[in-house]
Design a protein around this ligand. Sequence first.
Ligand SMILES: [Cu+2]
Length: 155
Amino acid sequence: MKKIIMTGTLAALLTFGGFSVPALAGPVDVVVESAWSRASIGMNRPGAAYMTIRNTGDEPVTLIGLSTALAMMPEIHETKTNAEGVSSMSAAGEIAIAPGESVALEPGGLHAMLMRLQQPMTEGETFPLTLLFVDGGEVTVEVPILGIGARGPED
Ligand SMILES: [Cu+2]
């Protein structure tokens, strides 16, 4: 297989041109689209956030965790439904995204679980959610809070 090796200058220019969301640390060529979440009833139950995470770079990226002031224990979860139709969810671990590929966090699948909420999630507000990548890179996205019954960002 032929390997393309970029010079430092060219790689830096491409990386710079790839940013379309604020990246605070590390060169992560990731774009987050259609982020949304649902309002919570109080703080006793966890919240969840959904989005599409797109790798716009030339290298694989690996999502390893989440950080937000809204929740003490934010974690990437995956909901699975077995043959009997029973759903359960568990920590999804690391999520690798190949160059040009995207991963959808959506109801019934992968999601950002926001455990131990520090304040209620109120419809009409937003909160910052930081995605943590394996190389120390971070991407922070402002997540809109939709109504309790919302099924997606276009509702
Ligand atoms: Cu969950």
